[in-house]
Design a protein around this ligand. Sequence first.
Ligand SMILES: NC(=O)c1ccc[n+]([C@@H]2O[C@H](COP(=O)([O-])OP(=O)(O)OC[C@H]3O[C@@H](n4cnc5c(N)ncnc54)[C@H](OP(=O)(O)O)[C@@H]3O)[C@@H](O)[C@H]2O)c1
Length: 251
Amino acid sequence: MDAAQPGKGKWVLVTGGSRGIGRALVKHLAGQGYQVVFTYQSSAEAARELEREVAEQGGQAEGHACDGRDYDAVRQVCEQLVERLGEPYGLINNMGMTGDQLLFKFDIERYREVVATNLDSSVYFSKCLAPAMAAEKRGKIIHMSSVSGLKGNKGQVGYSATKAAMMGITRSMALELARFKINVNAIAPGYIATEMVEQIPADARKSITSSIPLKRFGEVEEVAALASFLLSTQANYITGQTFLIDGGLTA
Ligand SMILES: NC(=O)c1ccc[n+]([C@@H]2O[C@H](COP(=O)([O-])OP(=O)(O)OC[C@H]3O[C@@H](n4cnc5c(N)ncnc54)[C@H](OP(=O)(O)O)[C@@H]3O)[C@@H](O)[C@H]2O)c1
């Protein structure tokens, strides 16, 4: 194996690759030689820009608009990709939304949207791609959870539920898929500097930073580096686990 290009000859799917952590994942993995396919919902322009940036750096990345809440759309995209590219090596279920709202002002449709976006999409993509990985008797699935799945946050009843559930599906999928040598793990980031976190009002951001032992938000590249390790063959004996990357927030 070429140490600088561990992804050579392997394709991986990153959901929600157009922005934030997903975008960093796409760039990092393409830089390691993986052929990266990513999905997005509506950021077509950002997707084309990302494809160009990766190509300029000599990598391969292609973006597809696919609403991850829609099972038929997910199935169709996955079937077409497997037919064209063969068995996938990895899947990172990264797409997500917070949809914060207090219980007293709860909008049920918004809650359902959060569940469909974060949790249902992860199950849909895993269901559609795991059989193709199993056929090769190798593969890696990573679910992007959150510290909000471990630690409560006001306004995040829906978000926390989905992120805790992603730790649960990680364990169950790991047990089911171990016989096919497919590793399933989760990453639970704390506060990472993305648009999702920039939406938090400035004074609240300041107080959050002071509550983080390392006194800063994490960088998207730091999350991408952890994901790349979990995708690598060096992590072949790790499965069913959730890895916190939170500057000590939950220590
Ligand atoms: N940022 C943090 O501090 C943090 C902390 C813990 C966990 N996380 C988790 O990390 C993941 C990425 O977070 P982020 O901050 O990078 O998010 P982000 O910047 O808001 O990006 C979200 C991504 O998901 C895509 N997406 C959203 N809904 C979709 C749908 N229905 N169908 C297809 N794609 C959809 C978006 O596509 P469009 O661009 O087309 O909208 C975008 O690519 C999420 O699961 C989040 O919960 C983030």
